[in-house]
Ligand binder design. Structure first.
Ligand code: ARG
Length: 436
């Protein structure tokens, strides 16, 4: 082939004079099988890299054999396929569920949690293969590049990171042209106007018409969740059992992580649960609009929260909210592997000791609600809460407590006067008064 990418200008392997042939350097590329990373294989080869493709299954139901074969066909010298589903759930998703991590009150972090695992696995492949770099197909505008780069820095600072899409300056049409020119088959998904990412914890959809934040997402963007109008007319119920903050049973039967999340994605999706429309703040300062489908994540986060509501002491619960926010932000910002996230986890684990029990959820036409919760360790005590018989609460103790509780306010009012900044004026307005 005469006309290579880059116009033959800085082709590796081009020899000047009598210098020795260049040492071929190896890298491990995160390979999805899509257009970007397929073009990347060829582009990297032309830059002189020996490319090892790496694909990991995080539950996206892709034809992994076909992806592996395609990597070799396009020019990789080896292609790995790994099953990351269990490590993803156990090492990344479960701790984040225990933490209660939701980014900006909306996003359960599916994509963000997947990246550090993928990068960590690639580091392992790089070591096994004696590669000196890892590569990914992320753009220079998103969060994912940060997650790959920083994870690599944290786990293998000696490895270089190469990001072809950040460098090559090709738009989609250029890429298709490049692919055609190099005999790279353009995948069917390339025609979709949307960019999607998916794993067991959720599906992310952006671009196309979604870039207009005023535009309602068209039905076609959803793949996991039913339109509420097409949902059953009867509610569905699920019961999730937890042990120390981790879900262990579904409807009373013990179940493993993978089966549980798969089942809840299906059950939730059928009731239209888990659709999220989020304008989010990317780390690099851009606001973007992303649609998420995350039925299992929404249900499990809801259930876990409900169990914490009856088992965590007030002060722990309040402080843990701050930790959850910090955790979510760190995961989003690519800092999974960091000293602070490790330290936060020690706190989270300590809080989960009594988060054991069952939660019942009701799913109906796009929404889900907790309708029951119980725990052998619950701090909710009927004898204290009840207004009925069996009340053991000593109401007379309240008076003295409140006298001290309000002491500061009373003193301020007595010494310094009115405590509200502006005149409350005539709050009563016209009142009806009857008297004799
Ligand atoms: N905005 C999400 C995040 O940064 C998802 C990114 C990937 N989205 C996509 N549609 N490819 O975690």
């Amino acid at each position: 082939m005469s006309n290579r990418g880059g116009g033959g200008r800085d082709l590796p392997g081009r020899r000047s004079g009598g210098s020795p042939p260049p040492v071929v350097k190896k890298l491990v590329l995160a390979y999805s099988g899509g257009l970007d990373t397929s073009v990347a294989i060829r582009w990297l080869k032309d830059k002189g890299w020996d490319v090892i493709a790496f694909t990991v299954d995080l539950g996206e139901k892709k034809d992994l054999d076909a992806i592996q074969a395609r990597a070799l066909k396009v020019g990789a010298s080896a292609a790995y396929v790994a099953d990351g589903r269990i490590p993803f759930l156990e090492l990344f998703v479960w701790p984040s569920l225990q933490a209660g991590a939701v980014y900006e009150k909306e996003y359960p972090l599916a994509t963000a949690l997947g990246r550090p695992l993928i990068a960590a696995m690639m580091v392992e492949v790089a070591r096994r293969e004696g590669a000196s770099a890892i590569a990914h197909g992320c753009t220079g505008k998103g969060n994912d590049q940060v997650r790959f780069d920083v994870t690599t820095a944290a786990l293998a600072p000696e490895l270089e990171v190469v990001a072809p899409v950040r460098e090559w300056g090709m738009n989609r049409d250029d890429e298709i042209e490049y692919a055609n020119k190099h005999g790279i088959e353009v995948p069917a998904t390339t025609r979709s106007p949307y960019s999607t990412d998916e794993n067991l914890w959720g599906r992310s959809i952006e671009a196309g018409v979604l870039e207009d934040p005023w535009a309602e997402p068209p039905a076609e963007v959803y793949a996991w969740t039913r339109d509420p109008r097409q949902c059953p007319d009867e509610p569905a119920y699920v019961e999730v059992g937890f042990n120390e903050g981790l879900p262990v049973s579904l409807d009373g039967k013990a179940i493993g992580a993978l089966d549980l999340v798969t089942a809840l994605n299906k059950i939730g999706g059928e009731s239209g649960v888990g659709r999220i429309d989020h304008i989010e703040n990317r780390l690099i300062g851009i606001k973007s609009r992303e649609i998420y489908e995350a039925p299992a994540a929404v249900l499990l986060l809801q259930a876990h929260q409900a169990l914490e509501d009856i088992t965590l002491p007030k002060e722990v619960a309040r402080f843990k909210d701050l930790v959850a926010q910090q955790w979510a932000q760190m995961v989003y910002d690519g800092l999974w592997f960091s000293p602070l996230r490790d330290a936060l986890y020690a706190f989270v684990v300590e809080t989960q000791r009594h988060v054991t029990g069952d939660v019942r959820l009701k799913l109906f036409k796009g929404s889900s609600h907790v309708v029951g919760r119980k725990s052998p360790m619950q701090l909710y005590q009927l004898s204290l809460a009840t207004y009925g018989k069996g009340d053991v609460f000593d109401q007379s103790a309240a008076a003295g407590f409140i006298k001290l509780w309000g002491m500061g306010v009373r003193t301020s009012a007595q010494v310094q006067g009115r405590l509200h900044g502006r005149d409350l004026g005539n709050l009563l307005g016209e009142v009806k008064r009857l008297g004799k």
